[in-house]
Every structure is written in C-alpha cells, then in structure tokens.
Design a protein around this ligand. Structure first.
Ligand code: SF4
Ligand code: SF4
Length: 411
C-alpha cells in the first residue's frame, strides 16, 4: 500500500495538496520533501487556519480549494478521514490518497513519561487510515461513552445538552459494561473510547469503567474528558497513568476551579494529559422542531461537523452527542431508525457478525437523522457563541412520551 501511494504521488501530473494543517500534516510534508514529492499547498476544513502561513504555504479552506486547484490530488492526513473524504466528495474531489500508510515506518513509541502528542497524533493517523482503507474490518475511529448526565458546570450552550437535565444521574455500571461488551463483540477494533458526560469525574465509578475499557484489547485508547473542577484521588493516578489513557481537561478559566491543582496532579504523577483552551463555541444546543423539508434537513446534516461523533448511550449507538442526549432526555419522539441498538443487535439471530455489519452500515451509509430537524446543526461556518456561559436553572424543553423507558441509573 505504501509503495503504491508513493508511486502515485511521484508520478502524478496533478498538484499535490496536503489536507490538514496540523502536526500530522507537518510530518507528511517532511516525508514528501524527503521523498522528492512536490507539494503545491495545504488545505484545511477549519476556518480558523484559513489564510494562515503553514511552513511557507498559505492555508486554503477545503471548500475553496476548487478555486485554486480544481484538479488537485489530495493527501489526507486527518485521523477523521471519513469526514474529510465526505467533504472532498461534496466539493467534487474524487482524487485523494490516505497519508497513514506513508507514515507506518516512523517511530511513534512513547519514550518519555509526558505524552509526546506529535507521536500520538501520527500513530492515530496510521491506525485510523488502516482501518478506513480496509472495508472488511469493522473499525471505528472514536466513540463517546456517556457514563453520567452530571456535570459540575451547567453551560447554557453545552452541545451535549447537559443544561436540560433536571435531575441528572450516573448511568448504571451493569448497563455500561454490557454496552461495552456488546460493542467489542460486534466490532474488530475501536481506536478510542471517550469517557464522557457531563464531566466523567462526576461519576465516582469512573475508575471501574476505565479499568473495564483497558481490559478490552480491541480498544486502543481511552480518553477521559473533564472540565478542571475535580481532582481525582491519588489512588487513581496509576490508572490514569496507563499508557492507553489520555485525560483531556477543558480550561474554562475561573469556572475550572481546580485546574491548577489538576495540572499539578497530572505532572506530579506523570499522567498523559492535554489542556484545551476554547475561545468560541458553535450555537448548536437549542432543542426545537424546525419543520424543515427533507432536502433542507439533509443539507443541515451534510454540513454538520458532528455527524460522525458516535455516541453510545444505554447500549444504543447514535451518530452524535446531540442525538444521544435528545433521546435520553425524551426531547424528541422515539426515532428508532436514528440509532443502532447494539445490545439488541448482538443477541439477534444475525449474531455478532450481523451486528458488526449493521453498525458499519449505519456509520458509513446512514444519512440525515429525524432528530436533525430538532437541531440547529453544527456547520463549521455556523454562528458562534461565548463558551461556558452558565445557567442557574435547567433549561426547559418539550418532553415526548416514551413507550420503552430503558434508562438504568446507578442506585
Ligand atoms: S462543562 Fe459545560 S460544556 Fe462541558 S459537559 Fe459540562 S455543561 Fe457541558
Ligand atoms: S445536525 Fe444531526 S448529526 Fe448534526 S449534531 Fe444535529 S442531530 Fe447530530
């Protein structure tokens, strides 16, 4: 595969454009230069980097690439390769190659206690591209595992809809374990399981969940999300220090009330971590029916940057956190076609192989969801709002009756 891609890049008459102006893009640029491949430019799906200088190239927005290079051969570097390829196809680009196989011989081993994020990103690209390029394998890049509805903050524009929970609870451990077992039976490999809420640390049983995930060889990484309000106990440091675990803390300034202590804890115990700074959010958290036409709904879905943020909630796999939490909240009718019931699928007559096919068909082929009509959508060029503005009271919304309330909570 590597040789084939290399030959194609070297022999093409088309301008070679690297998609992804980030750490992996930088590595791929170095690889191209070392191997005599002329790179004509960089493009990226983020408006934030459009027009910026990246290693001597002015970054083009992917949606404007056609204006400059209508016949480009695009070298994709993003781990979320499906999103990029979908976007390129929408823009009329069919000629692309995955960069992952080119990087396979690089040393991406983690040699120091502090996570080398560059190596981490390159390794992620290699594994994700290998999974994407092998249609025989049931491989998923990333899945959010909702372990709690609780959060220490109540951001009125939370895209995971935490601001709507009146009486937030932790998900029952049994149900979480059954869901993970079913997922791992059905799939061949999962690059990362993201332990999420709310704030993952609000569920005191998070260490048991993480231990469970670490015991699953099909799961390559476990990423824990928090907001800097809670510092875990010292006893839990060895678990967080596991080489498969990364903890990501979002810094909301004064609202992340224990961020300094948390960073100290990470550093003191040699725990791989990232601190995320946010300066804006997309306005994507309102819950209302838009009454869009089927075509308009499809367009909202097509432009949505969250449509491949798979979320596992009570054994059901949804395309995005909005769909998963709108379902948990009963804020939408029972749209059974909007998700795959993984627990039911693995015990159906089609068995685990059938469940795997069902999940992959959903991930690769499912178009707009019914729930999209209740969502603003998340276009990268959408309206932005100030992050982490708090609401004192939960926000109100219309509740729909449920025939089968299957939530199981921690007792
Ligand atoms: S910190 Fe805010 S954005 Fe993050 S999960 Fe909690 S409520 Fe949502
Ligand atoms: S538009 Fe659809 S896919 Fe995108 S976040 Fe909303 S519900 Fe999810």
């Amino acid at each position: 595969m590597k040789q084939k891609i290399l030959t194609r890049l070297k022999s093409t008459q088309k301008p070679v454009i690297i998609n992804g102006a980030g750490m992996v893009g930088e590595t791929v640029l170095g690889f191209c230069r070392d191997n005599g491949i002329a790179v004509a430019g960089f493009c990226d799906g983020s408006l934030k980097v459009e027009g910026t200088d990246f290693h001597g190239f002015k970054v083009m927005h992917t949606q404007r690439l056609k204006d400059h290079y209508p016949d480009a051969l695009i070298l994709v570097t993003a781990a979320a390769i499906k999103d990029v390829v979908d976007m390129l196809r929408e823009e009329g680009f069919e000629d692309w190659v995955a960069a992952g196989p080119l990087l396979e011989d690089l040393d991406v081993g983690q040699n120091s206690p502090a996570l080398d994020f560059h190596k981490f990103s390159v390794e992620t690209c290699i594994i994700c591209h290998a999974g994407y390029l092998n249609p025989e394998r049931a491989f998923l890049r990333s899945i959010d595992l909702i372990i709690t509805e609780r959060c220490s903050l109540k951001c009125k524009d939370c895209s995971n809809l935490m601001q709507y929970y009146e009486n937030p609870k932790n998900v029952a451990l049994d149900l979480l374990f059954q869901s993970v077992d079913a997922l791992c039976l059905a799939l061949d490999e999962i690059m990362e399981l993201r332990v999420i809420g709310g704030d993952a640390f609000m569920n005191k049983q998070w260490p048991l969940v993480v231990e469970k995930l670490l015991g699953e060889p099909k799961i390559k990484r476990v990423v824990i999300y928090t907001n800097g309000a809670i510092v875990p106990k010292v006893d839990h440091a060895p678990l967080l220090k596991h080489p498969k675990v990364l903890t990501i803390a979002t810094d909301y300034g004064a609202l992340s009330s224990n961020m300094d202590k948390l960073i100290h804890y990470f550093v003191e115990h040699g725990i791989a971590h990232r601190i995320l700074q946010v300066d804006s959010w997309l306005d994507c958290a309102s819950l209302e029916k838009h009454e869009r036409s089927k075509e308009d709904n499809a367009k909202v879905y097509q432009d949505c940057c969250a449509k491949n943020m798979l979320s596992l909630s009570d054994g059901k796999l949804f395309r995005c956190p909005f769909a998963a939490n709108a379902d948990r909240l009963s804020a939408v009718p029972e749209f059974n076609g909007d998700y795959v019931d993984v627990l039911a699928a693995v015990s159906s007559p089609a068995g685990v192989a059938g469940a795997g096919r069902k999940i992959m068909d959903y991930v690769l082929n499912k178009g707009a969801l019914e729930v999209c009509d209740y969502c603003n959508g998340r276009p990268l060029s959408g309206v932005e709002v100030k992050p982490a503005v708090q609401t004192e009271e939960p926000l109100s919304f219309r509740k729909f009756p449920r025939i089968q309330p299957i939530h199981q909570y921690e007792k």
